[in-house]
Design a protein around this ligand. Structure first.
Ligand code: PMP
Length: 369
């Protein structure tokens, strides 16, 4: 950055790196946990029809409250077993913007947010861009499982740091680890003055028996559960994230959102996809099967995949993870180097993409593990 610009920049942003997952044109892109399957034609048609119908009205601002969309999102969540209504749902441009609204409203200068790393790399970035101080908590302290987080460890760290905001991520990116609800409940109790965010971007990929923190919402007004249409719904390009929480908390978010933040076209696209929820989620089982295949085949190669409840797998132990990342890229397979020495993260793709990754990895494993 030019020194004149650096001098103008907020001091707390100087020297920071931007979020930078490479966007490369490669045959097999398995690096950002997208859904590899294209939007089905019937949904393409529905999206096209709804955007077309809305187009002439684009001279007007969108429905600022996104009422219809929030009502349909509430119905989707309710169908998973926890009744919520539109007054408990908030939507924005990706769950990243939802998280930004939360930090704008509940973080800020003089306040701290605690997350348990390794976790989603945007949590600290969103936190610090709002002037909130990030505190790096730790995973894998007292659990057998690599990268696990026990209720005892989480509450000890919460009591020690006394944060204003706590980030929990379940299933956790980049490790794929789901949290027990005992951890969420214990953190809410151990931090009586904190907002507790459970980022459930990958919830739909969880293995049976992993309950959502949505089931804890009743009677816990400091709990927020964030979701996205970018993963299971195969709609990353549309940018639609949402959350469920207490209606008063939603009211607080209205203080910080920009007026009309969610465009008419975005609302129309999301509603079109939600009108075909079953079809849009049709790929989830196939993706889970490829995820489980990655875990078993990498294990057979002598590598160490972390058991996953998401649509990706973190795996070690590589002698030089960056060299392995480059060697995979040289074979046309882009995975993610998440900065954990010895580990790489791969998204579960179509069977063909997954085969391409596993074939390349089998080729590389003898020299890289
Ligand atoms: N949370 C987690 C844990 C994620 O991994 C991601 C995307 N990689 C997001 C939130 C943000 O997703 P989006 O903004 O596309 O909803």
């Amino acid at each position: 950055m030019r020194s004149e610009i650096e001098a103008l920049l907020r001091p707390d942003l100087r020297g920071r790196s931007a979020y930078g997952a490479p966007q490369l044109d490669v045959p097999v892109a398995l690096n950002t946990n997208e859904n590899s399957y294209a939007v089905p034609q019937v949904v393409v048609d529905e999206i096209t029809a709804r955007v077309r119908a809305a187009a002439a009205g684009l001279n007007r601002y969108p429905d600022r409250e996104a009422t219809q969309l929030r009502t349909v999102l509430a119905a989707y969540l309710s169908a998973t077993g926890t009744a919520v209504d539109a007054s408990q749902v908030w939507a924005a441009n990706g769950s990243n913007e939802v998280l930004l609204h939360l930090l704008q409203a509940f973080g800020g200068p003089g306040r701290t947010a605690l997350g348990f790393t390794p976790a989603y790399s945007m949590h600290p970035i969103i936190t610090t861009t709002t002037g909130t101080t990030w505190v790096d908590g730790m995973r894998g302290v007292d659990t057998e499982a690599a990268f696990g987080l026990s209720a005892a460890s989480a509450t000890e760290q919460v009591r020690r740091h006394r944060p204003d905001v706590v980030f929990l991520c379940s299933p956790n990116n980049p490790t794929g680890t789901a949290l027990g609800l005992d951890v969420v409940e214990a953190v809410i109790e151990a931090a009586p003055d904190a907002l507790v965010i459970v980022d459930e971007a990958y919830a739909e990929f969880s293995r049976p028996g992993v309950p959502s923190a949505l089931t804890l919402l009743t009677g816990r007004p400091r709990l927020v559960v964030t979701r996205t249409m970018s993963k299971a719904f195969a709609l990353a390009g549309a940018r639609l994230g949402y959350l469920a929480a207490d209606p008063d908390l939603i009211d607080a978010l209205r203080l910080v959102r920009m007026p009309y933040h969610l465009g008419t076209q975005t609302q129309a696209v999301a509603l079109a996809a939600l009108a075909h929820t079953e079809l849009m989620l049709d790929t989830v089982d196939a993706i889970k099967a490829q995820r489980d295949r990655i875990v078993s085949e990498l294990t057979a190669m002598g590598l160490e995949p972390v058991p996953s409840d998401a649509n990706f797998v973190l795996f070690g132990h590589l002698r030089d993870s960056h060299a392995a990342w480059q060697a995979l890229l040289d074979r046309g397979v882009l995975v993610r180097d998440v900065g954990i020495p010895g580990y790489l993260r791969v998204s579960a793709g179509t069977p063909e993409e997954t085969s391409a990754f596993l074939t390349a990895m089998a080729d590389l494993a003898p020299t890289h593990k």
